[in-house]
Ligand binder design. Structure first.
Ligand code: DX5
Ligand code: ZN
Length: 236
């Protein structure tokens, strides 16, 4: 299991310190939630903040775009230093083209789906994406309650990916993840877990990371997880 802590729940007034504490704790990924007040009812940050953090950190910048028509900003996020861009299938009419553009810009291409969205599209898109993000809350805010329907969806996604000859595509789960559901999520097929409120505010981070990792130990890493791990960290 790869843990990708969500920056939204960090101390926003002291991000440099937070990033360095994460690295010292052995965290390798950072989840950055970009919200535009249109696709979701909340506004966060964009390329300027990511660009300011990039030289301060070697973490893998896993950028989750909760914005309408994300194709307009791919280059800006690349220049800011994103390693992966995840766009929502609900936010883009030409998502296949967008995924190809993200890859062409040298980033990993992720595709996210809201809890109410069907994943039948995997039949047609499975080989165009580097990661699938299944939302386990309605996107927009940290600290919401986890939707247990995700377990069935994870199983269904694993089957569809296999059928599409893309069984090694890593799956990320985002929303309400906490040590209590980590074991079941990894067993059901999740490789990367995002955690905001259940991670930050529980220092020291090294101990908190160990709590999440121990909960996942019951499930041996899949090849998909090894692939995602091999994407590594950025040379800042
Ligand atoms: C929700 C965001 C999540 C959120 C996770 O729209 O995409 O990444 O910050 O926060 P928790 O873990 O508190 O649900
Ligand atoms: Zn997110």
């Amino acid at each position: 299991m790869i843990l990708s802590p969500s920056l939204l729940s960090a101390d926003l007034a002291d991000l440099t310190e937070e990033l360095s504490a994460l690295e010292k704790a052995g965290v390798q990924w950072l989840h950055l939630d970009v919200m535009d007040g249109a696709f979701v009812p909340n506004i966060t940050f964009g390329p300027p903040l990511i660009g300011a953090l990039r030289p301060k950190s070697r973490l893998f910048f896993d950028v989750h775009l909760m914005i309408e028509e994300p194709a307009r900003y791919l280059k800006d996020f690349r220049e800011a230093g994103a390693n992966m861009l995840t766009v929502h299938v609900e936010a883009d009419r030409h998502v296949r083209r967008t995924l190809a553009e993200i890859r062409a810009l040298g980033m990993r291409a992720g595709l996210a789906v809201n809890p109410g969205t069907d994943i039948g599209f995997l039949r047609w898109l499975a080989r165009d994406l580097d990661m699938l993000l299944l939302m386990s809350v309605n996107p927009g805010f940290s600290g919401q309650s986890f939707l247990p329907e995700i377990y069935d969806k994870l199983g269904a996604a694993r089957v569809l990916l296999s059928k599409a000859k893309a069984k090694d595509v890593p799956i990320q789960v985002d929303g309400g993840v906490c040590p209590e559901n980590v074991k079941e999520l990894t067993k059901a097929g999740a490789d990367i877990l995002v955690s905001g409120s259940a991670f930050f505010g529980h220092s020291p981070y090294k101990t908190r990371l160990a709590v999440f990792s121990r909960a996942a130990e019951a499930c041996p890493p899949r090849r998909a997880e090894e692939i995602a791990r091999s994407w590594g960290c950025n040379q800042a």
